[in-house]
Structures are given as C-alpha cells and as structure tokens.
Design a protein around this ligand. Structure first.
Ligand code: 16G
Length: 245
C-alpha cells in the first residue's frame, strides 16, 4: 500500500480508490483468503489517508462480505464461497451434507430453549395449549463460511433437553429413535434483513432462499418444523424430473 498506489486507482472519492486497491489486492492474491489485513492505522500511514477514510473503505468491504472483522483480533480476507449443490429428493442433515463434500461443519447457537408453542408451531406440529416445543436456532457454518440460518422447532416431548443437541440435530433425534424419515419442503425467494445479513456476512437486501421444512416420523407424526434462510450465492437446489404418468 502506498499513496502513489491509491492515486493510481482512478477517479472518485479517496475511500473508493482505497477500496478498489484492496479489492485488487484480494483478487490478485496479494492478500489471501483468511489473511489478516494490516491495521487501519498502518494502512493510513502507508497511504497518507486519514483513519476515517481507511475505516470507511474497510467498513464497506466488511458490509459486502469481502472482509471479516473479528472482535479483538483484527480484519481478515473473507473465505470465498463455492456453491454447493443440494439434492431436493434426499432427506439429509446439514452435518451429513457438508461431510459428504469434505467440508467441516459447525454451528453458532442463536437460541436453544424449551418454549410454549407459537400459533404457527401449534398448527404445523399439531400441538395444543400446554404442550412444549424445543426451539433451536443456529447459524450453520461450512469451513468457516456462514451458509444458512436455521430455526428448528421440534415437538418438546421428543426433545425434552435441547441442550443435548451439540452438533447434529438429526443425530440427537436418531438417538431418541425420532429421526424423521420423510419431509416436505417449500422454497421461496427472499431478501435478507439487517440481522440475517450480518450473520450470513452478506449485504443487507441480498438474495436468499427461504426454506420451510416439515418432517415426519415413520408413523406419520410431524416432528420438525424448520424455517431457514439459505445464502442465495451459496446454494443450487437440484431436483430430478420425470414425465408425469
Ligand atoms: C438440514 C435441514 C434442517 C434440519 C437440519 C439438521 C433445511 C433446508 N434443512 O439443514 O431442516 O434441521 O438439516 O441438521 O431445513 P443437523 O443434523 O446437522 O443439525
């Protein structure tokens, strides 16, 4: 980084030129995926720009998902998302899907509690007043890339202790002989709101897929009602089509 380089980045406000310089450094591999950015103070010194200008350029790139700010440890080049192809005819779990692709998966817990069911949950899960639901909201992450926000509601009697779910929900249900064997899924288009954008590290308003899954036990009982927001830039949903009989 240098004042000369910033000046060479064409016209426009200084923060935009610095932004272009940073984007170039990322796309040309000078700054690599996961690598730490010099501190804002160092960039300001090297480029003769004010801290305010540097911050503005970095803030924009964080908002666009090109950089990630980790509190206490600095700013890093965001890992690039490679699109994931997801079959629409198989009932699998996120953990299994990612493992099959050789990706590691983890989750950040946003909510994990037992609650009284909402009217929606009562209707879909067939619950009455006095019944409970286990609510598990997670940010699902594959190889450090946030992929989806999933809010699962499970009939409380099948999962009395939601804290027992550490990694895979379907594994936890399997251990209680309550793993679903069939599901219906509805997919629609949606633009992410501020909260979703900051969790998924995309720009607010970015395209996403809103997915509702209702899944069933072998005896036909509904067990799961999950509402998710999947990143539009990370998923291709694929189905096999047949001629109607
Ligand atoms: C999938 C499912 C979700 C399910 C989760 C369990 C969608 C679109 N997908 O992500 O309903 O709760 O797998 O994953 O809803 P886990 O066993 O890894 O926790």
């Amino acid at each position: 980084f240098s004042a000369h380089k910033v000046a060479s980045m064409g016209a426009g406000p200084l923060y935009m030129r610095l932004q272009r310089l940073l984007e170039d450094a990322i796309s040309s591999g000078i700054l690599k995926e996961g690598e730490a950015l010099p501190t804002e103070r160092d960039i300001a010194e090297l480029t003769d720009l004010s801290r305010v200008t540097v911050r503005r350029a970095v803030d924009d790139l964080v908002r666009q998902g090109r950089l990630i700010r980790r509190h206490g440890s600095g700013t890093f080049v965001a890992p690039t998302v490679s699109r994931v192809e997801q079959s629409l005819s198989l009932l699998t779990s996120f953990t299994e899907d990612m493992a099959r692709r050789g990706l590691s998966s983890r989750s950040e817990w946003l909510e994990r509690m037992v609650a009284a069911p909402s009217p929606d949950e009562m209707m879909v899960l067939g619950l009455s007043m006095g019944d409970t639901v286990a609510r598990l909201e997670r940010l699902r992450i594959a190889d450090d890339v946030p992929m989806a926000i999933e809010r699962a509601s499970i009939i409380g009697s099948f999962l009395p202790d939601p804290a027992s779910v550490t990694d895979s929900l379907y594994d936890a249900l399997g251990k209680r002989s309550a793993r679903p064997c069939r599901a219906t899924q509805r997919i629609s288009a949606r633009n992410v709101d501020e909260r979703e954008a900051s969790l998924l590290q995309v720009i607010p308003g970015e395209a996403a897929l809103y997915i509702e899954r209702v899944s069933y036990l072998p005896n036909g009982r509904v067990i799961e009602f999950t509402r998710s927001v999947y990143r539009g830039d990370a998923y291709d949903f694929v189905a096999e089509l047949k001629i109607p009989e």
